[in-house]
Design a protein around this ligand. Structure first.
Ligand SMILES: CCCCCCCCCCCC(=O)SCCNC(=O)CCNC(=O)[C@H](O)C(C)(C)COP(=O)(O)OP(=O)(O)OC[C@H]1O[C@@H](n2cnc3c(N)ncnc32)[C@H](O)[C@@H]1OP(=O)(O)O
Length: 195
């Protein structure tokens, strides 16, 4: 592997004694559409280049179901969904499930099993849930089905999200994007000056 440095990582398996997740009081209720991550999200916002994934809250108030219409522009192999875009769909759907439970978290690690090729023209349905929250760590898992919910399994994924506060975005996002969300130059500069 030449000079590639291995970064140590911890497991993304939730501890066996972790408590079941509870719905955040400000999250949408069962049957409701979930909110987009933000107005420019290329997973779920209605903007050019987005996968335009739409999600709804399940009856338990915690899990979500998501719809992804696979189009020509999503190809990898001829007429087939690109694997990286299936991962994007999982990242978005699992990242929507976590918003039912915690305010903001970012993907730290994700693993995906690709079980079946996904032809262009297919509607993929995903079921996603938070399995456990332990401190800042949010453990999630999901399944993608071909054509209908609980149909043939196209893939499965697990991801660890880590809770972050506003300072994560104030420090790392482009200032113009933060200003578009209403943050002042002073607030952005103060967050960047902080240790
Ligand atoms: C306004 C719009 C809002 C919108 C907000 C929602 C947006 C969601 C959008 C969809 C999802 C995305 O695209 S998110 C974008 C893609 N993801 C990112 O850009 C994240 C980049 N990575 C980071 O910023 C950082 O590495 C963090 C925040 C993930 C972690 O850094 P940190 O804050 O310093 O915390 P750290 O101490 O390292 O880790 C905390 C705990 O998690 C564990 N941990 C950390 N990383 C890993 C890992 N890869 N694998 C296993 N475990 C890990 C640590 O061992 C530790 O466990 P222990 O010692 O406590 O046991």
């Amino acid at each position: 592997m030449g000079n590639v440095r291995r970064v140590p990582t911890s497991t993304i398996e939730p501890p066996a004694d972790a408590e079941a997740p509870r719905r955040h009081p400000k999250a949408p209720g069962p049957g409701e559409r979930t909110r987009e991550h933000h107005s420019q999200c290329r997973g779920c916002a209605d903007v050019p280049g987005s996968l335009r994934i739409r999600s709804w809250v399940e009856d338990d108030g915690v899990s979500v179901r998501s719809r992804f219409d696979v189009l020509d522009e999503h190809q990898g192999g001829p007429g087939l969904l690109h694997g990286g875009l299936l991962m994007t769909a999982f990242d978005d759907a699992l990242g929507t499930a976590h918003t039912q439970v915690v305010r903001a978290a970012v993907t730290a690690r994700m693993e995906t099993d690709f079980r079946r090729p996904v032809p262009v023209g297919t509607t993929l349905w995903l079921r996603s849930r938070v399995d456990a929250v332990v401190g800042r760590k949010v453990y999630t898992s999901g399944v993608a089905y071909l054509g209908e919910l609980d149909g043939e399994v196209a893939g499965t994924a697990r991801a660890l999200f880590v809770k972050v506060g506003a300072e994560h975005f104030l420090k790392h996002s482009r200032p113009e994007d933060l200003e578009a969300l209403g943050a002042s130059r002073e607030v952005i500069e103060a967050a960047r000056a902080a240790p």
